[in-house]
Design a protein around this ligand. Sequence first.
Ligand SMILES: C[S@@+](CC[C@H](N)C(=O)[O-])C[C@H]1O[C@@H](n2cnc3c(N)ncnc32)[C@H](O)[C@@H]1O
Length: 319
Amino acid sequence: MSGEYDHVPVMLEETLDLLAPGRGATVLDGTVGGGGHAEAILDRIGPNGRLIGLDVDAEALEATQLRLGQYGDRIRLVRSSFREIKAVLGELGIDEVDGVLLDLGVSSRQLDSPGRGFRFGQETADVTPLDMRMDDRLPHTAADLLAHASIPELERWFRDYADLPGARKLARSIAAARERAPIATSADLRALIREAAVGRGRRHDPATLVFQALRIAVNDELGALRDGLADAIDVLRPGGRVVVLSYHSAEDRIVKNAFRDQARGRTGPPGTPDEIFGTDARLRVLTRRPLRPSPAEEARNPRARSARLRAAEKLEAAA
Ligand SMILES: C[S@@+](CC[C@H](N)C(=O)[O-])C[C@H]1O[C@@H](n2cnc3c(N)ncnc32)[C@H](O)[C@@H]1O
């Protein structure tokens, strides 16, 4: 593994344009990862700006500390989930921020680290433990979930988090297989998926979908997004912006709905004219449809292919 943190920031220009941090701004990067977006933001906000960078992954924070150490006290890195945005800002004595960025999911570095078990198909798959925790302080690995989750729970994850055709069949196969031997490595799971012959008709390799679903469950990624996004909107100053990059439809739906709820108020039925809600709307949505990476970026960076970017601005009158 190289000393560099191998993650190319996705949709960097589009992110900066929508976040539009002014000079001297305070920006919270809730998923600082390797610091690619953070570095570009620091350059924009200049010497009087400050960036608070959160990540649950200790290795990511170490790499970012090395990469961005030269920014001194203009950057503050905190090992925390973006679920704890309010607590972190409270500790730092900051009431509100000018911008929040969430670049969801895993980094290329996490995906490519064999020991972390996010990926199947490496030569080492037969010894790769099914871990998948972004935060190694979490109590349960993917292997633990496969050992203990009920069949309906497993089915729900495969269906809701990855839209897997044959979700129930795979859940049952897992329950039968674990009676015989623990499902401990990425190769064990891969073999089970192949035997169950699920996922027909989807463009993606079924193993990709199953690994994605388990990763989302292990890290409670959708719960964190719901909580974190609500708090991100709360801590924005009026006129401040929130930008979210998501990588699969379940995430994007949460962002779209959260923005829509806050933009129109929550009290009226669909179709009611916006003016009626005037007073309880808190956001202006800046992206009617999610932005997608350019073909050139997709060609350069395959990880960008599934990216969708949405942004919103807190209304001046909003609380
Ligand atoms: C796609 S990467 C971010 C890459 C970053 N924008 C860059 O340019 O290097 C996502 C990062 O978010 C972190 N992460 C995922 N869920 C998180 C959460 N709930 N709170 C904080 N960090 C999280 C992961 O550990 C990972 O490092």
